[in-house]
Ligand binder design. Sequence first.
Ligand SMILES: NC(=O)c1ccc[n+]([C@@H]2O[C@H](COP(=O)([O-])OP(=O)(O)OC[C@H]3O[C@@H](n4cnc5c(N)ncnc54)[C@H](OP(=O)(O)O)[C@@H]3O)[C@@H](O)[C@H]2O)c1
Length: 227
Amino acid sequence: MVISVIGGTGPQGLGIAKRLAIAGESVIVGSRKEEKAVNIVKETIEELKDYDVDIKGMANEDAANNGNILIITVPLQAQSATLKTIKPYVKGKIILDATVPLETAIGGKVSRLLKLPEGSAAERTASLLEGEDVKVVAAFNNISNSLLLNITEPIDCDCIIAGDDQEAKDIASELIGKIPGIRVIDAGALEKSQLIEAVTPLLIGLNIKYKSKYGGFRITGIPNLDD
Ligand SMILES: NC(=O)c1ccc[n+]([C@@H]2O[C@H](COP(=O)([O-])OP(=O)(O)OC[C@H]3O[C@@H](n4cnc5c(N)ncnc54)[C@H](OP(=O)(O)O)[C@@H]3O)[C@@H](O)[C@H]2O)c1
């Protein structure tokens, strides 16, 4: 199984790529520019030299073509253009979408959510890739890059996911659950991504207010979540 992170040169994508590579997955970091991905992967392999990692850098199109599971980590303003470039390579694949529709996409505040006509960024991904039989799962939306990139520490957070395909969510849960500390919680259908994505600007606002980079959250009081 090969995991390709589309837009994986940014902090969120690279953090996910490093964590999954350390967990033993074969990972591809994608970029609009192959050279950028190759150079970042070279630095990453050097940084992770104490681990046995399989990680490569490629253009987004090649990353999408060679990946079994795709993880989208581009800003909202890049979502449509990025998905257009990889659309020929996504047929039938599982797509984990970390995109959060922040107001910054239209010059607004990082701590405010941008309302989208499709409902959520993940639903927008599903809509933009309609007809390709992709299984979109919203994931990683509430896990900060600072936690992901702090590779020596476990991540004390829940990763809430949502999607319409149960098998895709089961595969996503198993994959994300390999990152130490993270508990994956299935919130239900893809429309729940509207609520999941909305938590992120709240966390960003709290981080700003209380001068932190590591805000995350845990659901408590629902014992069956751990079944
Ligand atoms: N950062 C976090 O802590 C965090 C947490 C939860 C969710 N998220 C979500 O994860 C996604 C990625 O976050 P990030 O902070 O890593 O983003 P980022 O650094 O702004 O962008 C990630 C990558 O996307 C590509 N990109 C940027 N602008 C683009 C444009 N205008 N057109 C096409 N490609 C562009 C770039 O890759 P190339 O130049 O290599 O193509 C860039 O390295 C966002 O949707 C964000 O809301 C982030």
